[in-house]
Design a binder for this molecule. Structure first.
Ligand SMILES: Cc1cc2nc3c(=O)[nH]c(=O)nc-3n(C[C@H](O)[C@H](O)[C@H](O)COP(=O)(O)OP(=O)(O)OC[C@H]3O[C@@H](n4cnc5c(N)ncnc54)[C@H](O)[C@@H]3O)c2cc1C
Length: 519
């Protein structure tokens, strides 16, 4: 099953394993996936003397990783191939303490501080590109805290369970029997939620304030570029970010990063991290800056949500933007049960079903075109009197027979039956008439909102909450710069964000040598 070249790579990776690992498969002898599972595990075990396989007859299908004979509490109720193959490998490496996604010391303490029994169940599909990040994050938590268990459940071989829970999007995570999360998420986000759910409060005790020449907030293309340009000037630089990659992580295919004809969001995010790590930049990932002030001397003091403090004369804000939501009844309730934001990720759940796309800009029209190849019918609603997307997309929409459109349509509510979306109500803004469309899914594509909230009292923002900058990325405050999607700079694109990040870093350096950072 595993190609020889993959096995050779694994032999190299597993060479340094310290503990003994047993891949304990419990599988019904009649199970249609038994042969595939056993072959995969035996192939894996053939790559290291430290890994062995045990197959037991049981109900269903599962594989547990045992470390030195003891359960790791990580259980795949799946044949971990496809996108989940890397989750299985990473779990083994993390259990051995050598995984690349093991968190830093503070995050490790946060995970170990989680109180009570936490039983996670993640419903996934092997073709889902968003699932491994969530699976790996919860596996990391499981590896570091013995109170945590994690079952990774492939919907396609556990259909009854998935249908009973009415899971309509992956990944969907349950914690102690209750819905916990649906969709993409990084470790920091899941940890925040787990702390909230379990009432666990974590604060860094007697946090020493970390001092840097430049602190970059945000790890998307703008933040990565700002950090690299700053450190190349010989400055002491930190990035404090929820993720390295930012929105790029949500992108499947990227074809307009000049000189890179085609790449994926995952590859580009990994490349950003690799490039940052080529330099002595301190990366504080999986945390949010929750407070920002300027002290009496003009130094900027940033505090993360769990109390770490950073002091610096120069801050580069590169916090990007987030999906906008409608704020109508039913929207939040049915996220993951019919309300979706990513056509690439969740479109396949709507095969031969009817869906509504809200938003007639480029992203809405692109989503509608994508979905028209999967769904039986696609209805596009636009609030304004005309579509704002590119003409070429509008033409394509017109010539696609299973797409219909309504302009001047104000969404009023997403209607459900308690479990899933069944309809959407909207008002025709010209006639005031209300309409109801029976639908299985609602894809919301109404753009992005600038993540400027933490800095809104410090620097000038416009009506769209974008931070106002001059042509050098300077804000109206000495020593505070903004770059990328969070700023007023038009055309929210990767290449532009990278350029703006570089510009902000060079402006900060220029201001430093002219003694202008503290105002
Ligand atoms: C689905 C999708 C597809 C796209 N496709 C393309 C494409 O093909 N080509 C293209 O050029 N562009 C594309 N874009 C746009 C492109 O991704 C963005 O323009 C670009 O990522 C902006 O970079 P940024 O660094 O300014 O912000 P972001 O990428 O948004 O990164 C901001 C970072 O800051 C973090 N952050 C936010 N608040 C805080 C806080 N308080 N504390 C710490 N960290 C914080 C965020 O978590 C994130 O890591 C796409 C966007 C989306 C959503």
């Amino acid at each position: 099953m595993l190609e020889q070249s993959v096995k050779n790579q694994l032999k190299d990776v597993f060479k340094v394993l310290k503990s003994e690992y047993t891949l304990q498969a419990k599988v019904n002898s009649e199970h249609t996936s038994k042969a595939e599972l056993v072959e995969l595990l035996e192939d894996l075990a053939s790559c290291s003397e430290k890994i062995n396989v045990r197959v037991e007859d049981a109900k269903g299908l599962s594989v547990t990783i045992l470390k030195d004979g003891k359960s790791s509490n990580i259980i795949f109720r799946a044949v971990p191939t496809g996108h989940e193959f890397s989750s299985l490998l990473t779990a083994i490496l993390n259990l051995d303490g050598i995984g690349k996604n093991l968190p830093d010391e503070t995050l490790t303490k946060r995970i170990q501080n989680l109180q009570g029994k936490l039983e996670f169940k993640s419903y996934i599909s092997l073709t889902c590109t968003n699932c491994p990040e969530v699976v790996k994050a919860i596996n990391v938590m499981t590896a570091l805290n013995p109170n945590i268990t994690h079952e990774i459940i492939d919907g396609s071989i556990n259909k009854e369970e998935v249908n009973a829970l009415n899971v309509q999007a992956v990944p969907t995570v349950y914690l102690n029997g209750k819905h916990f999360h649906t969709g993409r998420a990084v470790l920091g986000e899941l940890l925040d939620k787990a702390e909230k759910d379990t009432g666990t409060i974590f604060k860094v005790e007697n946090a020493e304030t970390k001092e840097y020449d430049v602190v970059v907030v945000g790890g998307g293309p703008a933040g990565a570029s700002a950090a690299i340009y700053s450190v190349r000037k010989g400055l002491k630089v930190a990035i404090v970010a929820e993720t390295i990659g930012g929105q790029v992580k949500e992108t499947v295919s990227i074809e307009n990063l000049i000189s890179v004809p085609t790449t994926t969001g995952k590859d580009l995010s990994n490349n950003l991290l690799t490039h940052i790590k080529d330099y002595p930049v301190d990366v504080y990932e999986n945390r949010r800056v929750a407070e920002a002030i300027v002290d009496e001397q003009g130094y900027k003091v940033l505090t993360t949500s769990f109390g770490e403090k950073f002091k610096t004369p120069a801050v580069i804000i590169a916090t990007g933007a987030s999906w906008r939501t409608l704020g109508v009844p039913g929207e939040k309730q049915y996220i993951g049960s019919g309300v979706a934001f990513c056509a690439h990720c969740d479109g396949p759940f709507y095969k031969d079903k009817k869906v509504v796309v809200i938003g007639g800009g480029n992203s809405g029209l692109e989503a509608a075109i994508d979905l028209s190849a999967i769904a039986s019918e696609v209805v596009v609603l636009e609030f304004l009197d005309e579509f704002k997307g590119d003409q070429v997309l509008q033409d394509k929409i017109k010539e696609t027979p299973n797409i219909s459109t309504h302009t001047s349509a104000q969404t009023l509510s997403v209607e459900g039956d308690g479990n899933k979306v069944v309809a959407l109500k909207y008002k025709d803004r010209n006639t005031e008439e209300e309409h109801e469309i029976a639908t299985d899914g609602v894809f919301i594509q109404i753009g992005l909102s600038a993540n400027s909230g933490v800095f809104a009292d410090l620097v000038e923002t416009n009506r769209a909450r974008e931070i106002v900058v001059d042509s050098h990325c300077r804000t109206n405050r000495a020593g505070i710069y903004a770059a990328g999607d969070v700023s007023v700079v038009p055309y929210k694109q990767i290449i532009i964000a990278m350029g703006e990040g570089a510009k902000a870093a060079l402006s900060a350096f220029d201001d430093k040598i002219k003694g202008k950072l503290l105002g």
